[in-house]
Design a protein around this ligand. Structure first.
Ligand code: BT5
Length: 324
């Protein structure tokens, strides 16, 4: 999307505005304004022109301009109907020097999970990869994964799903039909996050935070153990849902803010804390009660041999000892 079109969208989001006022404000010709308004109409925006100027009556369901319209987060959107992996595309853009972008797709044909696992990503999901260049050391990067999990969880809860976070990167929905929910054993994966980066010792060069949410997808189209917003609460407006995720994420990770605040928000939504867990790290297995999360995202586990702090790995929630 070009800069004039983006600026027109931003102005229209604030209310009706006349063509001449837009031309003045953006320092372009009236013909240029008209051309961009026409192209927005072609993209599916219903824009009426009345006495008070152009007014947006409706926004297309999804797509770059739709997601950017009225978005309160500093990201430009690149949209694809179909792509291999939005993370791969964001990495390409990183190599090309871009920043502050989100690559969004309706469908991914080569979606990736952690450790080269496959991520099933049919049409109807929210598949998005954010490209950032935070002024932070690589050691702080795990907190961005936690922030993304918090952002997705908040948006999913607003949509009505009982979403909670399993350390470090899974958003789960708990089965409300379960008779004894305190055992918290029955839950399905609604979303996952894949964070990738390149950096030097003291500074991140680029960071890609890939967010995958099973939104308007039949549960049958997903692997076992997965669920979708459609299955839990019905279809959502993906444009609004993704905007919420991006806005939450931007506010949690703003350069001016304290990243430690993410931990507080994460604890509020954590399913893992207080649970018996088994965490498989690349080098060891730790089993015990998950008691806290520490900056930049490590899990503190009380094991028989004392407290252990794990920084990465796959976490399994176990039945509490003494239960069936
Ligand atoms: C993740 O990996 O959970 C990270 C997933 C990140 C996906 C996003 S989508 C946008 C961006 N572009 C990409 O290419 N990726 C990111 P992990 O914790 O390793 O979980 C992977 C495992 O989850 C798989 O081995 C399956 O068992 C399961 N799985 C696969 N697809 C799933 C889905 N759609 N929903 C729930 N579980 C799934």
């Amino acid at each position: 999307m070009n800069a004039t079109r983006r600026a027109i969208l931003a102005a229209l989001a604030a209310g009706p505005v006349t063509g001449p006022a837009l031309a003045d404000r953006l320092d372009v010709s009236r013909a240029a304004v008209w051309k961009q308004v026409e192209s927005l109409r072609e993209a599916g925006f219903r824009i009426e022109s009345g006495d008070d100027g152009y007014r947006v009556e409706s926004v297309p369901a999804y797509g770059a301009a739709a997601i950017e319209f009225d978005l309160d987060a500093p990201y430009r959107i690149e949209y694809h109907e179909e792509i291999g992996s939005t993370n791969d595309r964001a990495r390409e853009l990183a190599e090309a020097g871009e920043v502050g972008m989100a690559v969004v797709a309706d469908e991914q044909t080569g979606g990736r999970g952690r450790l080269d696992r496959e991520w099933t990503a049919p049409s109807g999901g929210v598949w998005a990869s954010l490209l950032l260049r935070p002024n932070r050391p690589p050691s702080a990067v795990p907190i961005y994964t936690l922030a993304a999990a918090v952002a997705v969880t908040r948006a999913a809860r607003e949509a009505g799903a009982d979403a909670r976070i399993k350390w470090p990167n899974d958003v789960l929905v708990f089965d409300s039909r379960e008779s004894a929910p305190e055992t918290e054993i029955s839950r399905d994966k609604l979303a996952g996050i894949l964070t990738e980066m390149e950096g030097e010792a003291d500074r991140v060069s680029w960071l890609v935070v890939g967010i995958g949410v099973n939104a308007n997808i039949d549960a049958e189209a997903l692997p076992s153990g997965a669920t979708s917003l459609r299955a839990e609460v019905g279809d959502v407006d993906r444009r609004v849902f993704l905007q919420r995720v991006l806005e939450e994420f931007a506010s949690l990770t703003s350069e001016a803010g304290d990243l430690r605040n993410v931990l507080e928000a994460w604890r509020d939504h954590a399913a893992t804390l207080g649970q018996r867990v088994r965490v498989q790290t690349p080098t060891e297995t730790a089993e015990g009660e998950a008691i806290d999360v520490r900056f930049p995202g490590s899990l503190v586990i009380r094991t028989e041999g004392g407290e252990r702090v794990v920084t990465a790995g796959d976490c399994e929630h176990l039945r509490p000892s003494g239960s069936e």
